[in-house]
Design a protein around this ligand. Structure first.
Ligand code: CA
Length: 228
């Protein structure tokens, strides 16, 4: 899945440089040059990560971070603060506000990518390209391939995303609504029954290696992916 990254930066040259780098890394940049514009973009569609400049005209990056953390819809949104300040005290203030990481300008594109990947891996492992393994089941996002006990398992793109989410969020119960939010994306209104249809297809796809037994239906709650 292509990570959607909101870049909140008022300096056009830096904004452009970051956008170019994100595209080269296979990420989708969404641009905003103020906190107000960032909120509009977030309203339209929730990004997977926010690169947030500290010094912005109008509301500061720090205020925006605080606001995002205070809202139920955005409180888990990964945030990396960008700033010209290298001060330890400022860094602490940024992290206390809820930023996940902090990059001091000027930064190299290599450093930027390393930080983005580290934060995504920590906060949303299902959108990185790292292969995942769980008790004989292996999913490789880069190759778009799933194997169970060494056998290749064929499945559709939605089942693939659903399995990727499950394999990076094992042992926990997710409701149909949560699965719709996480797997189908924000602001997409689909009937909850759709989840059941894809679960049924995923079970069928996993049956050649017996891994369909890992999908547990929890009556009245939703689904859990676990070995037992
Ligand atoms: Ca700035």
């Amino acid at each position: 899945m292509q990570p959607r990254i909101l870049v909140v930066e008022d300096e056009p040259a830096i904004q452009e440089l970051i956008a170019l780098n994100l595209e080269q890394a296979g990420q989708l940049p969404v641009l905003a040059d103020s906190a107000e514009q960032a909120l509009e973009r977030i309203q339209e569609e929730l990004p997977d990560l926010v690169l947030l400049d500290w010094m912005l005209p109008g509301q500061s990056g720090l205020e925006l971070a605080r606001r995002l953390r205070g809202d139920a819809r955005t409180k888990r949104l990964p945030i990396i603060m960008l700033t010209a300040r290298g001060d330890e005290e400022d860094k602490l203030r940024g992290l206390e506000t809820g930023a996940d990481d902090y990059i001091t300008k000027p930064f190299s594109v290599k450093e930027l990518q390393a930080r983005i990947k580290a934060v995504l891996r920590r906060r949303a492992p299902e959108i990185t390209d790292d292969a995942v393994e769980y008790h004989g089941l292996r999913l490789d996002p880069a190759a778009h391939r799933v194997t169970g006990k060494g056998k290749e398992l064929a499945m559709g793109p939605t089942e693939f995303r659903l399995l990727h989410f499950f394999m990076t969020h094992t042992e926990r119960v997710y409701s149909r609504t949560q699965l719709l939010d996480q797997v189908w994306g924000d602001h997409v209104f689909i009937e909850e029954r759709t989840v059941d249809v894809h679960i049924r297809r995923l079970r069928a796809a996993l049956s050649p290696s017996g891994h369909e037994a890992f999908i547990h239906t929890i009556r009245g709650s939703g689904y859990r992916f676990s070995r037992a």
